[in-house]
Ligand binder design. Structure first.
Ligand SMILES: Cc1cc2nc3c(=O)[nH]c(=O)nc-3n(C[C@H](O)[C@H](O)[C@H](O)COP(=O)(O)OP(=O)(O)OC[C@H]3O[C@@H](n4cnc5c(N)ncnc54)[C@H](O)[C@@H]3O)c2cc1C
Length: 399
């Protein structure tokens, strides 16, 4: 028998779990499909905005560390520059624990979860998405599909959205992406407390991450170390940059001295999009797209959890309205885009603007040496402008 749901959500990352949670909370019969067994590890810095922690009451055990200071290290001397995060503080989490907590919340609200269930196809009739097909060949019908399947969203691609967005060839897709590698270094709580205190760290430099950056996010017992660059700017294998960074950067080697490597991994991130903003439209007939699948990521920092969660909330709320009205047309579902535009659009658009005005302009400088020198300056300037903007924005929203 073919199963039939009001809403099928693909992907149990932050966007998917929250979208499913909101849909079920509003009374929609909701299925959440995830390709991996949960909880699943995901390569990530794991820096989550305070707003998300408060909104979903994330328990203390999941919060590995609080960050109040963002420290920059730039060439040639790698002196330290601290930016006080003020009210925009962040928490460090591991994504298996954090994401699974959100998934569990969704299940408690009545979402049916199926793990190890990879979606490989969509059911489409007269331009309307009407369900999905799994790798086992199973057809699942639904009035609405919410694609939350991450950076290389198969659902968005199969639904024909990549054509609308200009992702039409694999080559173009690659040009718009960052490639990241990450490792976990075990150091122990006592040493981490002493060396990192309440800060997390960013490093720039051509030898570390050409036109990108590297990060150190300390957790309770380990430090997450990663780096990411526009994929097309990489001249060597990403792990070679990482090895060079660990071996030759004196600040990093002393911060991580005595540490033990316990894991390494690579991942794509939809940052550095030349077109800048979130991919639009983020809806179609019978379809909503949220989180990385729709490019909801800061152009400057690569932060995406906060935006995935906000996109997920708006997708879930819109799904409930569509179910109640029995209207799954693109016209009705367009209100989803208006909603996320109102909640996160301003901040994302502003980041695109800062990016274009600072780093973006610098990327166009022809002389390579000048471009690199300017990049360091422009990058810090972009972060500083972003933090100031977010603090001002948060203040205004509170009043
Ligand atoms: C190296 C790195 C570091 C990052 N650091 C940070 C950070 O510190 N802070 C921050 O805010 N953001 C960070 N990000 C960005 C952040 O990870 C993403 O923006 C965020 O995970 C987006 O959430 P999502 O739910 O949209 O997608 P994801 O978290 O990617 O979840 C997608 C889910 O869909 C599942 N899936 C995929 N395809 C299918 C399929 N066909 N069928 C079924 N299931 C499927 C996947 O298994 C996955 O569970 C980082 C990203 C990278 C790559």
């Amino acid at each position: 028998m073919v199963e039939n749901y009001d809403v099928v959500v693909v992907g149990a990352g932050p966007a998917g779990s929250v979208a499913a949670l909101k849909a079920a909370e509003g009374g929609a019969n909701t299925l959440l499909l995830e390709r991996y067994h949960l909880p699943r590890y995901k390569l990530c810095g794991g820096g989550v905005a305070n707003w998300v922690i408060r909104r979903f009451d994330i328990p203390k055990e999941v919060l590995q560390r609080r960050y109040e200071v963002l420290s920059f290290f730039t060439p040639p001397r790698y002196d330290r520059h601290d930016l006080d995060l003020g009210t925009t503080s962040y928490f460090g989490v591991y994504r298996d624990e954090f994401d699974y907590y959100l998934t569990t919340m969704a299940v408690k609200k009545g979402v049916k979860l199926r793990e190890r269930m990879k979606v490989t196809g969509v059911i489409k009739d007269k331009g309307q998405i009407q369900g999905v097909i799994t790798s086992k060949g199973e057809k699942i019908l639904s009035s609405l599909v919410i694609a939350c399947d991450g950076a290389s969203s198969r659902i968005a691609k199969l639904s024909g959205m990549w054509g609308d967005w200009g992702h039409c060839s694999e080559k173009k897709w690659y040009d718009q992406m960052s490639y990241c590698v990450g490792i976990e270094v075990q150091l122990g709580k006592e040493i981490i407390d002493k060396r990192f205190e309440n800060s997390y760290m960013i490093f720039t430099g051509k030898d570390i991450a050409p036109l990108g950056y590297a990060w150190l996010f300390p957790k309770r017992e380990n430090v997450s170390v990663g780096l990411g660059s526009m994929a097309k700017t990489l001249e060597r294998k990403p792990m070679e940059y990482m090895n060079h960074f660990l071996k030759h950067n004196k600040v990093v080697s002393s911060l991580l001295e005595g540490g033990k490597l316990i894991m390494s991994k690579g991942a794509w991130l939809p940052a550095w999009k030349p077109i800048g903003s979130v991919y639009k439209p983020s809806f179609g007939a019978g379809l909503l797209i949220a989180g990385d699948a729709s490019g909801m990521v800061s152009s400057i920092t690569g932060e995406g959890i906060y935006y995935a969660v906000r996109g997920g909330i708006e997708a879930g709320v819109t799904a409930v309205e569509a179910v109640n009205e029995g209207d799954f047309s693109a016209n009705f579902l367009s209100k989803y885009q208006d909603r996320w535009q109102a909640s996160i659009g301003t901040v994302l658009d502003f980041q695109d603007h800062i990016f274009k005005e600072t780093v973006g302009k610098i990327l166009n400088i022809e002389d390579e040496k000048e471009r690199e020198e300017q990049y360091e300056r422009g990058f810090i300037q972009a972060f500083r402008m972003l933090i100031d903007f977010i603090q001002e924005y948060a203040k205004k929203k509170q009043n």
